[in-house]
Each structure stands twice: as structure tokens, then as C-alpha cells.
Design a protein around this ligand. Structure first.
Ligand code: AGP
Length: 614
């Protein structure tokens, strides 16, 4: 996600844009830039870092102007640096553009433009887009508006863009597909932004562009909205905004964590987009493709991470061994780095980290690298320390995760690791063609399945009210859902401060069963898989000792429903993908309990979002 801001009107655009970017930093904060236009020409400034760094850069060095655009970046293509920061200019310098989203077919467009003599200074898909618009504008001798529309009809992907021509300081053209864009309608002034927070103090009247719509925002005129595919004029609906500033940053949710739980259909969809292609029967992961021999010839894969990322690694262990038959070890980075591990050049290390800055994980990578292992990163922050330390990697496109408790990053990590395991299993000829295609199709359906499931959050909220005062919880799972039990327990303890432990369900009889009594809620993850009958037995063992069972079951499961105290239904899926599904109600359970206990959900006590110290 990135944040975009624009302004055309009677005020000095610079403070409007800078303050607006500051309000959108939750959407991305690795680099920022501003471009303003006045009678004396274009002033464009951009830099790696936060909006505060941009402010320092332009302090006193930018002229007043009544029109401009600004951008705060969450890198998807190209590391965070000055060159890759937005805005981007076209080769002629006439067009200036900012973009939030991903242009999937940018490589083929770039290739064509290079052949037509265009040059590029950045690694971004955005610079390709602004030059495509320029190429069309010049070749067909059309207006900026028309060139934008023609270009966007050639583009595959998601975008919210704002672009202007330096020869016209009265007009900004905007468009959206898959990324949000809202236009603030003021008195003889217009605002453009990713959400309404940048202009709320100026106007509460707003037009939310719909997907495949574009608009011309012009000084002194009413905005005109058109359909990108067919150029038909659209009559815009002007909303009168009621929300306050903070509420909009959270997208109307009470907490970032809840917003990020509900973002998972989109974040997993973004992670899979352009990589999982069921119709073509392929998985495209650049880093994996380039180094697949390393994986195929590896003695073993060592997966390292901390906390939730370590849980994602455990899911991957089941998947890589089950599907790709590659030996896997999963290690806490903090232990791995100090236990003098045996590492050889035939080892492949997968380092998993949302922040890409976790000190223990970074240190463990450096140790493995020194001993000759190949390092593959799965990170959510482009250009982060861990991402830069690895030999190759695959980014999760989950967007910024603000809540300290990791949710959408976990499912995005599992989505990337699922694609890796399936791709390697396919490369090794271990999957029947029909089963391979079933896996691709089912993984592709996960975002929609999660979206459906989120509609039944009320079930989970009701159960949360019954157990908010519990002092201990047990989470039990088998197979692919054992890591989910660990993850569910971690979620609960880190935001509600209730002690919780995750266990393999079969381990109960080796000790934890002594804890069971009428005060012990036991969450059992029990999808219909090969160990279903065994987990039913585990539930009966708990019931026999008066434990309270909260069972996560596939919708329509009447057998467990007849013995459990409470049931939360989830949609069915392939066994390997159940972690992507069964983790959702556990995220919601911990969230609702924490809220009911009055805890600070987004910033729990004693915790930090990124543990950059040992
Ligand atoms: C998870 O909810 C926690 N916030 C924490 O365990 C986290 O997963 C861990 O610190 C690892 O962080 P990373 O993924 O950024 O490396």
C-alpha cells in the first residue's frame, strides 16, 4: 500500500500535501516525495525515508504553488531509495505521476518502450506507466485525459494514480482500479487522496472513485468522472463524511489489528496476484525460479524465524515434506544463532520475517551465510535489512502491518510458502497433474473463502464474551493445524495477557491433561482431515475431565458439535491450506477477548512491532 495526495485550488499546496502525507504514513513509509507546479515551473523533491525526511529536504527550498501531488511509498517493485521514490517523471519531463498499486505487466510494457527509445532511471513499475502515457499522448496527439485512459486499458494490475502535465498547472488526472482514491470537493478547490484523512479539516464532501473510473480534477471546474473501459460519463455521488480522522486511518475499524484481519482477503490476493496462475497451470516466483536447483539439490531446508514467523515456518515444514519430500528443520532464530549448528553449502535457509529487521533472524542468516548456505528470504518490507542480506527471496505483498500482533503477514507468509512447496513438488514430478491443478485452484480460492468466513465473526465475538475472564487457555491441533494452535495461543497471550499454550493434540496425555478442569477453555482445531477421528478422541478426553471445548470445525460438522461446548465453523479446504482458514477465528477470538478486557490491542504492553534488539 502507498499513500497518494493531490491538490488544486487557492491554497499553498505544499503544507496541504505534506500534512496529508503525514496522515497517510500508516499506508507506507519507506520513501516520500512531492511535486508542485507554479508559474515558474515544476518543483519535484523526493527521498528515501519518512515524510519528516522529505520535510527536512524541502525546508525553505520549495516555492509556493496552488497545485501539486505527493506520495508516501510502500515498496513493491525496487528497493526504497531516492530514485525509486515517487513522483516519477516521463522521459520528456512533461508528465509527473504518483501511483499506489502493482502494474503486473510492467515488464512487457517496459520492453516495448525501451525499443521505442525510452530510458528508465528507476526499478519501478510506476515509471513505466508514466512513460506509457507519454508515448501514447505523443504518438496519438491526444489530451492527457485520453492518453491516460488508453494507457490504463493496456495495463494489468491494481492502481490509484494522479498525473499532471507541467504545461497545465490547473489540471490533475486521476484513476483507480483495485487501490482506493477519493476526491475532496471544497470551495473552489479539490483534494485527491488514498483516503479522506488528508482533507477532512478542509471539506467533508467527498467522491469515492469506483474501480475502472477516472476523473479530471480542474481548477475552477466541477470534476468529471468517466469509465475507463468505455469512456462513458459517470455521475459522481458526493458523500458527506461523518468519520473522524483516526477512524478513517483505521478504515473505520476500531483497531489496526481488526482492519488487518479483515484485509486478509485482499492481502492474500495481492500476495498471490501475478504469481499463482491456475488457468495457465503455473506458479511464477522469480527468486525461486532462478535458484530452484539450489532447493531441488538441497540436503535439507532450514527455516528460521521468530514468533509468528516461526509458526509460518512450521506450517511450511509440513508442506515441504508432505508435498515436495524435502527434509526441513524449523529453528527459532534466537537459538539457532548460538547453538553452533551444523550448516553446509548444501543447505538452503529460508528466513521468514514480516519486518525484515528482527535482530535474531538477521544474525542467524549471517551465521548460515558465513558457512556457505543459500539464503532465501520471505519478508514483507521491501529493502529491509533481512531482505538485503539474503541471496534471493519472495516478498509478501501484505502491505504495512501496524498492529503489533501479526495477522495478515502470517497468512501472506503461508501463502508464499505454499506456492514454493507446490512449485518444487511439481518440479520434482511428485504431483499428479490433476492434483497439481486442484491445489492451484484451491489456493486461488482462499481469499474469497476467508472473505465469506469473516461475515460470521459474530459467532466468535459471542464466545469471547464467555471466556474473557479465563486465566489460562489450551490450544490443540494436529498435523498442519499444530502450528495454528501455537499461533492462536500466541495471539491470545500477546494482546489479552491471558496465559495460553499451544500443543499437538496427541501430546495432551503426556502432561498437559493434568491442567484440565472446568476452568480450562480448550480450543481444538478440528478440520476434516486424516486425523479427524483422533482429534475427536482428544476432545472426549478433555470433556471427561470437565474441560470446556471450543472447537474450530468445518461447517456442517455435527459429530464434534454434539460433544463440544462451543463451535466456530469454518469453510472446508485442502488439508495443506487449513492454516490459512483455521487461523482466522483464532485471530478474531484473541482480538475480541482483548477488547473486552480493555487491553491496548494495537500496542500491547511490553511488546514492539519489530524486535531489532536481542
Ligand atoms: C507476532 O504477533 C509478534 N508480533 C511477534 O512474535 C513477531 O512475529 C516476531 O517478533 C517476528 O517478527 P518478524 O516477523 O518481523 O521477524
Amino acid at each position: 500500500m502507498c499513500g497518494i495526495v493531490g491538490y488544486v485550488g487557492h491554497r499553498n499546496a505544499v503544507p496541504v500535501i505534506i500534512n496529508g502525507l503525514r496522515r497517510l504514513e500508516y499506508r507506507g513509509y519507506d520513501s516520500a516525495g512531492i511535486a508542485v507546479l507554479n508559474g515558474s515551473g515544476l518543483s519535484l523533491n523526493k527521498c528515501k525515508g519518512k515524510v519528516a525526511d522529505l520535510e527536512a529536504l524541502i525546508n525553505g527550498h520549495i516555492s509556493e504553488a496552488t497545485m501539486g501531488i505527493g506520495h508516501t511509498r510502500w515498496a513493491t517493485h525496487g528497493p526504497p531509495n531516492d530514485v525509486n521514490a515517487h513522483p516519477h517523471k516521463s522521459n520528456s519531463g512533461n508528465l509527473v505521476l504518483i501511483h499506489n498499486g502493482i502494474i503486473e505487466n510492467y515488464a512487457s510494457i517496459k520492453e516495448a518502450l525501451l525499443k521505442r527509445g525510452f530510458t528508465f532511471s528507476s526499478d519501478t513499475d510506476t515509471e513505466v506507466l508514466v512513460n506509457l502515457i507519454e508515448d501514447i499522448k505523443k504518438a496519438e496527439e491526444v489530451s492527457l485525459e485520453k492518453a491516460v485512459r488508453i494507457a490504463l486499458n493496456q495495463v494489468v494490475g491494481a492502481y490509484a494514480i494522479a498525473v499532471f502535465d507541467v504545461n497545465n498547472e490547473d489540471q490533475i488526472v486521476v484513476a483507480r482500479k483495485g487501490s482506493p482514491l477519493v476526491i475532496g470537493i471544497g470551495e473552489n478547490e479539490h483534494f485527491i487522496a488514498s483516503d479522506a484523512t488528508p482533507f477532512l479539516e478542509y471539506t467533508k464532501s467527498a467522491v469515492y472513485l469506483e474501480d475502472n473510473e477516472m476523473a479530471v480534477v480542474e481548477r475552477g471546474k466541477e470534476i468529471t468522472v468517466k469509465s475507463i473501459p468505455n469512456n462513458k460519463t459517470v455521475r459522481p455521488y458526493i458523500h458527506q463524511l461523518q468519520m473522524d480522522l483516526e477512524a478513517i486511518e483505521k478504515g473505520g475499524y476500531d483497531h489496526f489489528m481488526l482492519k488487518e484481519i479483515y484485509e486478509q482477503p485482499k492481502s492474500i490476493g495481492d500476495t498471490l496476484r501475478g504469481r499463482l496462475l491456475p488457468e495457465q497451470g503455473v506458479i511464477k516466483l522469480g527468486g525461486l525460479f532462478e535458484y530452484r536447483e539450489k532447493f531441488l539439490n538441497a540436503d535439507r531446508i532450514i527455516i528460521i524465524g521468530c514468533g509468528t514467523s516461526w509458526h509460518a515456518g512450521l506450517v511450511a515444514e509440513y508442506m515441504f515434506e508432505d508435498l515436495a519430500r524435502i527434509p526441513v528443520e524449523v529453528e527459532y532464530a534466537s537459538e539457532f544463532r548460538y547453538r553452533n549448528p551444523v550448516i553446509t553449502e548444501r543447505d538452503v535457509v529460508i528466513a521468514i520475517s514480516q519486518s525484515g529487521e528482527t535482530a535474531d533472524t538477521l544474525a542467524a542468516i549471517k551465521l548460515a551465510k558465513e558457512k556457505g548456505a543459500f539464503i532465501f528470504g520471505v519478508c514483507n518490507v521491501v529493502g529491509s535489512s533481512i531482505a538485503r542480506e539474503t541471496h534471493a527471496g519472495a516478498y509478501t505483498h501484505a502491505g504495512p502491518e501496524i498492529g503489533v500482533a501479526s495477522t495478515k503477514a502470517f497468512t501472506a507468509q503461508v501463502a508464499v510458502l505454499s506456492m514454493m512447496a507446490i512449485s518444487l513438488a511439481h518440479d520434482k514430478g511428485l504431483l499428479k497433474t490433476s492434483y497439481y491443478h486442484e491445489l492451484l485452484t484451491e489456493l486461488h480460492s482462499i481469499p474469497d473463502k476467508i472473505a465469506d468466513m469473516l461475515k460470521s465473526d459474530a459467532q466468535t465475538r459471542g464466545i469471547s464474551e464467555l471466556f474473557k475472564d479465563a486465566r489460562n487457555f489450551l490450544y490443540l491441533g494436529r498435523g498442519y493445524d499444530f502450528p495454528v494452535a501455537l499461533e492462536g495461543a500466541l495471539k491470545l497471550k500477546e494482546i489479552s495477557y491471558i496465559h495460553a499454550e499451544g500443543y499437538p493434540a496427541a501430546e495432551m496425555k503426556h502432561g498437559p491433561i493434568a491442567l484440565i478442569d472446568e476452568n480450562m477453555p480448550v480450543v481444538v482445531i478440528a478440520p476434516k482431515n486424516q486425523q479427524y477421528e483422533k482429534i475427536v478422541s482428544n476432545i472426549q478426553e478433555v470433556k471427561a475431565r470437565n474441560g470446556k471445548i471450543i472447537a474450530i470445525v468445518v461447517e456442517g460438522d455435527t459429530e464434534i458439535a454434539s460433544i463440544a461446548d462451543y463451535v466456530i465453523e469454518v469453510v472446508d479446504t485442502k488439508e495443506a491450506f487449513t492454516p490459512l482458514i483455521t487461523t482466522i477465528p483464532l485471530q478474531l477470538l484473541s482480538y475480541h477477548i482483548a477488547v473486552l478486557r480493555g487491553c491496548n490491542v494495537d500496542q500491547p504492553r511490553n511488546l514492539a512491532k519489530s524486535v531489532t534488539v536481542e
